[in-house]
Design a protein around this ligand. Structure first.
Ligand code: GDG
Length: 478
């Protein structure tokens, strides 16, 4: 695409497309299903926007191309950068650190150097294609230095940043050897969005303590007269798209087939997650296993279907987790299963959206029990698919979604007894009780969908701003 032409630019670690190889060997691109691209597509088309991101293959340079009317700008990554910037600093340092250190974060200086180099590449690419005064929206933890880098190159741009994962409490964030660099990187944006108000407050407090800027509520006053706003924008889903899919005949027929092949149990419980140590799979499966072992639930009564989508398979912690879960499921099924009747159906695979919707339709109880999660879209997708107003959601209080889905059965996932009780409550509640809860949650999710999320963020990002006149306090030592 020609330099200086894009009026709206999205920067994300990945482009919203996957490469597919057809049987005859030719390759083509398919839009990857995801709320973000669905929400941003209309804005991108209207404004002649561009999306900058890695295309998913290491050591390959591609020219910008158009797919389905979207202008895509691929950023190359070498295999060493995939190891150090992506698998290393992003997924073995920042990811565990930002998720309450539920796994141990690793700090390596060469990983950070690679993170800086890759962030710089993304920033330069954006600086080249953005039109004067364009709006640029940077996504997520892999690119926290981009706002500052981009502002240096192009002070005329309006820059927004959204963090999809939690922002840690100050005590944990302080562990990061590059804490100040990350904070300053984010402060290059005009608007920094988080999933929850608490995360925005953590950020503002850290900026005050560590960088020494003046702050007031959600505003940070910079010495150059800029004001950075840090606020919560809880993300959501394409609720009507999911509902439409869920209402289709094919999906309902498939849902019936799924129940049938599970032996038509009284209750089907379902978990769908990327196979990630933040998602609380161990605790959830143990709780269900104990219920069956002690006879509170029989195999005719209930089965648990757990879909664990393969994820980050080259990162050590994820390999260990996969083996742990394999063993745990094997042990539970071995201990309490009967011939032809296994309490847990475990699927380590990913499915098309239609199959996901069929699973949501087939499930009486959706079990979402992360140890820490920015939002958790699966919880909202389940609700969108329950158009008859039935079904129940068991939801961890440590998922961002818990702040909104107040009628769920809320649990502390570390409390196995509490978890067992919540599963029983959700399974055994009268229909009317679950109906009342589900209707309230549906109303909320339908009203607060992804369009509204993107609209609110972009409206705040593009609102007129005057330079402030706050006195600058010199930065304290860190
Ligand atoms: C991060 C934050 C935040 C899963 N398996 C399949 C599949 N999925 C889809 C789900 C859902 C998405 O992936 C997972 O979203 P989550 O929100 O549950 O979790 P993360 O991937 O960890 O996402 C999270 C999110 O960003 C958005 O801001 O909510 O807290 O961690 O949409 O449906 N989709 C298909 N097949 C699968 O097998 N098609």
């Amino acid at each position: 695409m020609a330099a200086g032409t894009a009026e709206f630019v999205v920067i994300a670690n990945r482009l919203p497309v996957d490469r597919v190889v057809d049987p005859d060997g030719t390759t083509s691109w398919r839009t990857s299903p995801g709320g973000l691209v669905t929400a941003l597509e209309p804005v991108m088309r209207r404004k002649g926007g561009a999306w900058i991101g890695w295309h998913g293959a290491a050591d390959e340079k591609l020219r910008p191309f158009t797919h389905d009317g979207l202008q895509l700008v691929p950023v190359p990554l070498s295999s060493q950068e995939v190891e150090e910037y992506y698998e290393g600093f992003s997924n073995a340092t920042l990811w565990p650190l930002y998720h309450d250190v539920v796994a141990h974060p690793e700090f390596h200086r060469e990983w950070y150097d690679s993170y800086v180099a890759v962030n710089e590449r993304f920033a330069k690419r954006a600086a080249r294609i953005a039109r004067k005064g364009a709006v640029v929206w940077v996504q997520d933890y892999q690119l926290q230095l981009v706002p500052q880098m981009l502002r240096k190159l192009r002070p005329d741009l309006r820059i927004g940043f959204f963090l999809h994962i939690p922002f840690p409490p100050t005590e944990l964030f302080q562990q990061l050897p590059w804490r100040r660099e990350i904070l300053e990187g984010l402060l290059g944006a005009d608007l920094v969005g988080f999933q929850l108000p608490g995360a925005a407050q953590n950020f503002v407090r850290l900026v005050r303590q560590r960088v020494g800027h003046k702050t007031h509520r959600d505003a940070v006053y910079l010495p150059d007269g800029r004001t950075v706003i840090a606020k919560a924008y809880p993300i959501s889903i394409d609720a009507s798209g999911f509902e439409e899919l869920a209402r289709s005949e094919a999906v309902n027929a498939r849902a019936a087939e799924i129940r049938e092949s599970l032996g038509n149990p009284r209750k089907v419980l379902l978990g769908i997650d990327r196979l990630d140590y933040t998602k609380g799979l161990r605790q959830r499966l143990r709780a269900f296993g104990e219920l069956v072992a002690e006879g509170s639930v029989t195999v005719d009564d209930a089965v648990f279907v757990q879909v664990a989508t393969p994820s980050r398979e080259r990162v050590d912690q994820y390999r260990i987790l996969r083996d742990d879960i394999d063993r745990l499921v094997g042990r539970i099924n071995g201990d309490v299963g009967r011939i032809g009747q296994q309490p847990i159906t475990y699927l380590h695979t990913s499915y098309p959206r239609e199959e996901m919707a069929a699973l949501y339709r087939a499930a009486d109880v959706m079990v979402v029990t992360p140890l820490r999660d920015g939002m958790n879209l699966v919880a909202k997708e389940y609700i969108a698919c329950r158009y008859e107003g039935d079904g129940a959601l068991v939801l961890s209080e440590f998922a961002g979604a818990a702040a909104e889905l107040k009628q769920s059965y809320r649990v502390n996932p570390y409390d196995i007894n509490g978890l067992k009780q919540a599963l029983l409550d959700a399974m055994n509640a009268p229909r009317r009780e679950n109906g009342r809860r589900m209707k309230a949650m549906r109303k909320y999710v339908v009203e607060h969908d992804i369009d509204r999320w993107a609209g609110r963020f972009l409206e705040d990002l593009t609102a007129p701003r005057e330079p402030h006149d706050k006195v600058f306090r010199p930065p304290q030592e860190t």
